[in-house]
Design a protein around this ligand. Structure first.
Ligand code: KG4
Ligand code: ZN
Length: 348
């Protein structure tokens, strides 16, 4: 038996510096993530220059730690994979250049991974799901519905016309004074809130397409906050009620759009829904999607929370999948700030 394929993955496209080692038997041998939250918190969001410098500072030692935890020497690797985009270009350059140096020094193939593909394929690492499936990708930068047909084969069914859903969570959190990052704080506050107190708009619901829009919802939250401020200020219950009402509206939009996309999937059996991206960590949204799939007889797969937010295990796994198909890259592989999964839908 040949030794298992073993891939080192590197992720530096946003504010997580991460390294992981994954094999083709779906074992995560090591998975280390260093969040830069404290570096960015004073600014209320990710500062690209600070992120890139922090990646430079920490990436080497994180890779060392991942290799030590995996208990393998560099010579045992089958390939080195790194996110090559889309993302904050300074950080992506740090990760991809480091991967190129390692690949060159160790004589291993390089795999330049699309960050969105890494999110898209995570459910195959964790749950061995077969192609095709409908992917709902919900993160700080993206909100898309894609038909995943195979590695490198994606059809976009819908996307956001303005903000990503993670941005809407983050902006709502900011308006409520929760700080950064907002998603988990809004989710926590919503647990004690009355979702029926504010009737926020549900953009695009009922339209005959699979697109999203969150800008109007964000403005509605702003008006609610301003209104309460003029009336003397917000107390904890007001904040919880706004968080719950926002989350319910966002959930309604997500469920309506996803229902439509499921109906557009062709095939004999009910299509499987897979959710990915940081917002997929939200338990309320998971419950809504679980209920939608139960209604329709669709299987539903949501990776564990830690593999929904940015991590390097998903990058290493995308590397494993690409390596198996011989999809390796030359050492002059470019970094790409924009890199849509469905090139036909790039302009929209
Ligand atoms: O995929 P990710 O880690 O980074 C990229 O955007 O690529 O996603 C980060 C986003 C942020 O907007 C964050 O607020 C959101 O995911 N997020 C959540 C939750 N956890 C993270 N949003 C809602 N509920 C959560 N529990
Ligand atoms: Zn991401």
């Amino acid at each position: 038996m040949p030794p298992p394929a073993l891939v080192l993955g590197i992720e530096t496209s946003c504010d997580e510096t991460a390294a992981a080692v994954v094999d083709d038997a779906r074992r995560i041998r090591a998975n280390v993530v260093l969040s830069q939250l404290d570096d960015h918190r004073p600014y209320g969001g990710v500062v690209p220059e600070i992120a890139a410098r922090a990646h430079v500072l920490h990436l080497d030692s994180l890779i060392e730690r991942a290799m030590a935890e995996a208990g393998v020497p560099f010579s045992a690797l089958s390939a080195v994979a790194a996110t090559a985009g889309p993302g904050l270009i300074g950080g992506v350059m740090v990760g991809l250049t480091t991967a190129k140096a390692l690949a060159a020094a160790c004589g291993k193939p390089l795999i330049a991974v699309n960050h969105l593909e890494a999110h898209a394929l995570t459910a195959r690492l964790t749950d061995d799901v077969p192609f095709p499936y409908l992917l709902l990708l919900v993160s700080g930068g993206h909100c898309q519905l894609l038909r995943v047909e195979g590695v490198g084969r994606y059809r976009r069914l819908g996307t956001t016309l303005d903000d990503a859903i993670g941005e809407a969570f983050d902006k709502t959190a900011k308006l409520l004074g929760f700080g950064y990052p907002g998603g988990p704080a809004v989710e926590a506050a919503a647990r004690d809130g009355d979702a029926a107190r504010f009737a926020f708009s549900r953009p695009l619901i009922g339209r005959d397409n699979c697109n999203f829009s969150f800008a109007g919802l964000k403005t509605a939250v702003l008006h609610a906050v301003r209104g309460l401020e003029q009336g003397g200020g917000l107390n904890a219950q007001d904040r919880a009620d706004i968080a719950a009402s926002f989350q319910a509206a966002a959930g309604d939009v997500i469920v309506d759009r996803t229902r439509r996309a499921l109906a557009r999937m062709t095939g004999d059996a009910p299509p499987r829904l897979v959710v990915a991206g940081g917002v997929a960590a939200n338990r309320y949204l998971r419950e809504r999607l679980t209920a939608l799939c139960a209604q329709r007889g669709s299987a539903f797969t949501a990776p564990p929370l830690a593999l929904c937010t940015d991590n390097a295990a998903m990058v290493a796994w995308a590397g494993v999948e690409r390596l198996a198909l011989g999809l390796v890259d030359a050492l002059d592989a470019p970094v790409r700030a924009r890199w849509p999964l469905d090139p036909d839908a790039a302009a929209a």
